[in-house]
Design a protein around this ligand. Structure first.
Ligand SMILES: [Zn+2]
Length: 111
């Protein structure tokens, strides 16, 4: 006798699973699915290493996106401040005059 228990959905069709506790096998309840006919050990059915890795990667990606959004906001604020500073001097960003730097000035900056 099989019964419906809390198991991950079928990895192929997404339907619910049926667990035969006496035999220890899980099957998909969708008769159109290949796993309807395959007796899968419960431990194997609940093991989803690829999905687990993808979930972990997704969390890491969300964290990285939040970091980049924070950095982007900070850089945007700096551009706004620089733009205001340049306008006060009569320049616009990208048109700031380039002053040639001599080798001795580079050496001074490094020290
Ligand atoms: Zn299925």
């Amino acid at each position: 006798m099989s019964k419906v228990v809390e198991l991950p959905l079928c990895p192929f069709c997404g339907d619910v699973a049926s667990y035969d506790g006496a035999a220890g096998f899980v099957n998909c309840r969708n008769s159109d699915c290949a796993l309807f006919y395959v007796d899968t050990p419960r431990a194997e059915w609940v093991s989803r290493p690829v999905e687990d890795r993808l979930r972990s990667d997704r969390v890491a990606d969300k964290t990285r996106i939040a970091e980049l959004e924070t950095e982007n906001e900070m850089l945007r604020d700096q551009v706004i401040r620089l733009s205001g500073s340049c306008q006060n001097k009569g320049y616009r960003i990208g048109e700031y005059p380039r002053v040639p730097v001599t080798a001795s000035q580079v050496t001074e900056k490094q020290n």
